[in-house]
Write a protein that binds this ligand. Structure first.
Ligand code: HEC
Length: 214
């Protein structure tokens, strides 16, 4: 296990323990990018150890701002993902996505998110979206990057299981897109998600944060 330190725009110094450091540090450095302006401020003494309830309350408070930020994106999914079905009960910290709090959504076509059986694949047009935000030690809340996976036509890209990975920064710009803008920046997404080939490259939400999909 390797540990590494990075400084974000907000001068928060964070040290992460990393289980998958083959893809670091460049990509994660960028992943940790946050918006310039805080979208909330919290009255909690220990922002580093939020309970599920506290994290959820913060998320609901800043959600309108997150929605407004990504509504300006040229990417359709970024503009509307928060209206899709959400699959986690409360935000959780995802070490593999910049150590931010994340939330997972899937569009209607991907309604099997979480219930897919081994060997099955998601239909073309499925989109999975993982939004993120961070809570800093000075108790500000910042919007974080949006992580998207969209199932493309068969033959789009064998290596990625025909998923197109996109990372959208909170200023609306595209950090990378498979077979699109700065495709090399999202190669590391493909590499890590390929560990779940038997489940069509999908990990799903950690057990204790799952909600039953309807
Ligand atoms: C080192 C491994 C790793 C890397 C790199 C990685 N992911 Fe993930 N990804 C995961 C894991 C583990 C989960 C599920 C647990 C979680 O949310 O942390 C996940 C979940 C997701 C999900 C929800 C679908 C699912 O698999 O449950 C999306 C969307 C996603 N990642 C997009 C991306 C994008 C886009 C990138 C690159 C910018 C990326 N990921 C990089 C490991 C990784």
């Amino acid at each position: 296990m390797t540990s590494f330190t990075l400084r974000t725009k907000n001068s928060l110094i964070a040290t992460y323990l990393c289980l998958f450091c083959a893809f670091l540090p460049g990509a994660v450095q960028a992943q940790a990018d946050t918006g310039d302006k805080p979208i909330g401020h919290i009255e909690l003494s220990d922002p580093a150890n939020l309970t599920k309830q506290q994290a959820e309350k913060i998320y609901q408070t800043v959600l309108p701002d997150i929605r407004a930020i990504f509504a300006q994106s040229d990417i359709g999914a970024a503009a509307k993902y928060t209206s899709w079905q959400r699959y986690n009960k409360a935000p959780y910290i995802s070490a593999t996505h910049g150590a931010r709090y994340v939330n997972n959504y899937a569009n209607m076509i991907a309604h099997d998110y979480g219930s897919l059986k081994k060997g099955e694949t998601y239909p073309e047009g499925s989109i999975l979206a993982k939004g993120s935000f961070s809570v800093t030690s000075d108790r500000h809340v910042y919007p974080g990057a949006l992580f998207l996976m969209e199932k493309m036509n068969s033959g789009f890209n064998g290596k990625s299981g025909d998923w197109r990975y996109t990372m959208v920064l909170p200023d609306g710009s595209i950090f990378g897109m498979t077979k699109g803008e700065n495709a090399e920046n999202v190669e590391f997404c493909i590499a890590c998600h390929a560990a779940k080939k038997s489940l069509d490259h999908i990990f799903f939400v950690p057990d204790d944060y799952r909600v039953d999909a309807k």
